[in-house]
Design a protein around this ligand. Structure first.
Ligand SMILES: NC(=O)c1ccc[n+]([C@@H]2O[C@H](COP(=O)([O-])OP(=O)(O)OC[C@H]3O[C@@H](n4cnc5c(N)ncnc54)[C@H](OP(=O)(O)O)[C@@H]3O)[C@@H](O)[C@H]2O)c1
Length: 346
C-alpha cells in the first residue's frame, strides 16, 4: 500500500505504483536556487472523480515562475501569505492514467489512456486531477507537444476565438507574438482566416513569419501606434502598453483582449485591467480581461487543431525535472521563444 493511501482507487494498471516519487517541492517564495528543491514525496491517491496520471512531461509557464516567487503580492491569498500553500509546483501535464477514483463521469479517461490537461503538482512523477481537467492525447501527438498545450494553447485559443471572436478577414494584432502564448495565437488567428500582424523583436521575425504572420513589427525599433493603422482584434500578451495606446490602434468597434500584465511585484499592472473593465460600458470598443481557466472544450479544440497539423507547438527548450531551477530561470527571463517543457521520468 502507498504511504498516503486514504481512499482506495477503483482501478489501477498492472504496473505497481510506487509509494514515493521525485517532485519539485516548493519550499519557500523566492528565487529558484532557494525556493525549489527536487526531492522525494509521497505519490498522491485519487479521490472520487479524480485520476492519477503518471506524468511524462509538464509544460512550464510564466505563471509557475510567479507562483515560485509569490508574485504579484495581491495573489498571496491564493499562493499562501508567508509560505506556499501547495507542496509541489507545476500546473499542466501530459502522461498516462494509472489509477482512477470512485464515481467517475461516464466519459472520463480510463487506466492506460494517454491524457493532457491541468493538474496541480505537475512537476512530479505522478499527479492527481479531476477527470474534467483532462482530454485524451491522440497517438499522433508527442508527449512533449501535448504538455505544451494546456496553459499556453488554451489561453491563445480563448483569446483569439472565444473573447477575440476573430472572423475571417479580421486584422489581428498580437503583441508578444514570439512567446509561449503568442506562437499559438498567431497560428490560431491564421487558422481563422485573419490577417495577422505580429509584434516581436528582430531575432524572432523569422519564427513568427514561419508561423504565418503576414507582417512583423519589431517592437525595439517601431511603435505600433506610429504606424497610423488600426486592428479589429488586439491581443495584448506583452502587457506594457497603456490603455490609451491600445485603444488608438483599435478600430471603432475593435476588441481588445488583455491577457498579460506587467508593472511591479504588487499588482503586475492589474490597475490597467480594472480601468479597462470600468471604461468598457462607456465605449464602442470592447475591452476584455481574459481569464483562460481550464475548460475542457477549448482544450479539446486546441488539441484537435494540433492533431490536424493546423497548429504546431513551438518548443523552445526541454529540461529534465532535476533541472527545474534552470527551467524557472529561463522562463523568468521573459525572452523565451515558444514554450518550454519539463521532461519527467525515465
Ligand atoms: N489571463 C490569463 O489567463 C493568462 C494565461 C496565461 C498567460 N497569461 C499571461 O500572458 C502573458 C504572455 O505569456 P507567455 O507565456 O506567452 O509569456 P512569455 O513566453 O514569457 O513571453 C516571452 C516573449 O515575449 C516577448 N516580448 C517581451 N517583451 C515584449 C514586447 N514589449 N513586445 C512584444 N513582445 C515582447 C519576448 O520576445 P523578445 O525576447 O524578443 O523580447 C518573448 O518571446 C504573460 O503576462 C502571462 O502572465 C495570462
Amino acid at each position: 500500500m502507498r504511504a498516503t493511501d486514504t481512499t482506495p482507487s477503483t482501478s489501477t494498471t498492472d504496473t505497481a505504483i510506487p509509494a514515493t516519487m521525485t517532485a519539485a517541492l516548493h519550499r519557500r517564495f523566492g528565487d529558484a536556487a532557494t525556493a525549489v528543491e527536487v526531492s522525494e514525496a509521497p505519490v498522491p491517491s485519487p479521490t472520487a472523480g479524480q485520476v492519477l496520471v503518471k506524468v511524462e512531461a509538464a509544460g512550464i509557464a510564466i505563471g509557475d515562475w510567479l507562483t515560485m516567487k509569490g508574485q504579484p503580492y495581491i495573489a498571496r491569498p491564493a499562493y499562501g501569505f508567508t509560505s506556499p500553500k501547495l507542496p509541489v509546483l507545476g500546473n499542466e501535464i501530459a502522461g498516462t492514467v494509472v489509477a482512477v477514483g470512485e464515481d467517475m463521469p461516464a466519459d472520463a479517461p480510463v487506466v492506460g489512456d494517454r491524457v493532457l490537461g491541468f493538474s496541480q503538482g505537475a512537476f512530479a512523477g505522478y499527479a492527481v486531477t479531476k477527470a474534467e481537467h483532462l482530454v485524451r492525447t491522440p497517438d499522433s501527438l508527442s508527449t512533449v507537444d501535448a504538455a505544451a498545450l494546456p496553459v499556453s494553447g488554451l489561453t491563445a485559443y480563448r483569446a483569439v476565438v472565444d473573447e477575440g471572436a476573430t472572423q475571417p478577414g479580421d486584422r489581428v494584432l498580437v503583441l508578444g507574438a514570439s512567446g509561449a502564448v503568442g506562437t499559438f495565437a498567431v497560428q490560431i488567428a491564421k487558422a481563422h482566416g485573419a490577417h495577422v500582424t505580429a509584434v516581436a523583436s528582430a531575432r524572432n521575425t523569422e519564427l513568427v513569419t514561419r508561423l504565418g504572420a503576414d507582417r512583423v513589427v519589431d517592437y525595439t525599433t517601431e511603435d505600433v501606434e506610429d504606424l497610423g493603422e488600426t486592428w479589429d482584434v488586439v491581443i495584448d500578451l506583452a502587457g506594457n502598453r497603456s490603455l490609451r495606446t491600445l485603444r488608438r490602434v483599435m478600430t471603432e468597434r475593435g476588441r481588445l483582449v488583455i491577457v498579460g500584465g506587467s508593472g511591479g511585484r504588487v499588482t503586475m499592472g492589474f490597475g490597467r485591467t480594472i480601468r479597462a473593465m470600468l471604461l468598457n460600458s462607456f465605449v464602442k470598443q470592447q475591452l476584455i480581461m481574459l481569464v483562460a481557466g481550464s475548460g475542457q472544450e477549448g482544450l479539446a479544440a486546441v488539441r484537435d487543431l494540433v492533431a490536424a497539423g493546423t497548429v504546431t507547438p513551438v518548443i523552445d527548450r526541454t529540461f529534465p525535472l532535476a533541472r527545474i531551477a534552470d527551467a524557472m530561470e529561463h522562463i523568468g527571463s521573459r525572452h523565451t521563444q515558444g514554450k518550454s517543457v519539463i521532461v519527467v521520468g525515465d
